[in-house]
Design a protein around this ligand. Sequence first.
Ligand code: FEO
Length: 134
Amino acid sequence: MGYGTWGKKYESNIALIDSQHQILFNIINNLFDAMKFGKGDEVIGEILNELISYTDYHFNAEENLMKENQYVNLDSHLKAHKEFVQKVLFFYQRYITGESALSIDIIDFLKNWLISHILTMDLEFTKTIKADTN
Ligand code: FEO
């Protein structure tokens, strides 16, 4: 449990994707901070919103690269992205309607999903993309 720390093991051969992944780590770490320091609903809601919109932006960038490069496992990667977006939206909806609080466990889930996805599906696809796609 705790912050996600960017490291070499997450690096691909595509600087654009790596920089976007680092931004996602930062957003999730900001959520941890907001919880840890007891920030109000408005701040947490804004960070969750940022996570939703940046995830959408990042997934689109990756999906375009995969399509341009006719990546063979595009469908399963798209499915994983879609499932994650649905999860985050689910947590967000429950949070803004007051149905359920955001917990450290939920933020941990988001961080762990990101780490696992980068290390498996993202690195698998970036290996197949030309290194000069930056
Ligand atoms: Fe970097 Fe497939 O998300």
